[in-house]
Design a protein around this ligand. Structure first.
Ligand code: PGA
Length: 251
């Protein structure tokens, strides 16, 4: 059985003081939870403070992005080792906002995935189609290109360290969620791709999160689908109560 994983993607929100307050509230409610992997992904500036706040609990830490090089003249960038030093164990890579606003391609995401794995960080690799692509009947083609490109050259051992996040771009921050059936269909397709890229064992062990307007009211039903193994939560992760409820919906 795959253990559910629910991650909060705080995006460009929360000052250090606000981040501490949110992380402390989540730790109070879920600090002992062993049934779900819980990951908080604050902005870089709050990672250290959140790291200190959640120590000694089962709540884990992730970042929202990183560079693929180890160090050097890359103004404004952060390396995998820098994240590890702050006890990050996960990193979101290839989020659609990174692809859309910062020009990230599958080739770039692939370099980052390899650098994260080399530093012992688990990548949360985001994929998803736009509304235009869905309406043109191109969802599977787009997903296949993203999955194969982002995960190129990975060994089965690498692949099982990855988490995939299916986030239809049209559902992110829009209040429009994919129906459980729509999401399940794409998740099953992604699992089939993993079987094709590697083998059945890899396909059965990689966790695939759903993301895009997940909230307490729809989380349980989405995560109850056979191939949906958790959620990547944006807006609803900015408030302890809704995030905690979503995590409870995964059990
Ligand atoms: P949302 O964002 O939950 O606000 O739709 C999800 C995401 O972008 O990861």
């Amino acid at each position: 059985m795959r253990k559910p994983i629910v991650a909060g993607n705080w995006k460009m929100n929360k000052t250090v003081a606000e981040a501490i307050e949110l992380a402390a509230a989540i730790k109070r409610e879920l600090g002992d939870c062993k049934d779900v992997d819980i990951v908080l992904c604050p902005p870089f500036t709050a990672i250290q403070a959140v790291s200190e706040t959640i120590t000694g609990s089962h709540v884990d830490l992730g970042a929202q992005n990183m560079h693929w090089e180890k160090s050097g003249a890359f103004t404004g960038e952060i390396s995998a080792a820098m994240l590890r030093e702050l006890y990050c164990h996960y990193v979101i890579l290839g989020h659609s906002e990174r692809r859309q606003y910062f020009g990230e391609t599958d080739a770039i995401v692939n370099k980052k995935v390899k650098a994260a794995l080399a530093a012992n960080l688990k990548p949360i690799v985001c994929i998803g189609e736009t509304l235009e692509e869905r309406e043109a009947g191109r969802t599977e083609e787009v997903i296949e290109t993203q999955v194969r490109g982002s995960l190129a050259d990975l060994t089965p051992r690498d692949l099982v360290e990855c988490i995939l996040a299916y986030e239809p771009v049209w559902a992110i921050g829009t209040g429009k969620t994919a129906t459980p059936e729509q999401a399940q269909e794409v998740h099953a397709f992604i699992r089939g791709l993993l079987r094709d890229i590697a083998d059945e064992a890899v396909a059965q062990s990689v966790r695939i999160q759903y993301g895009g307007s997940m909230k307490p009211a729809n989380a349980r039903e989405l995560m109850g689908q056979p191939d949906i193994d958790g959620g990547l939560i944006g807006g609803a992760a900015l408030e302890a109560r809704s995030f905690v409820e979503i995590v409870r919906g995964a059990i």
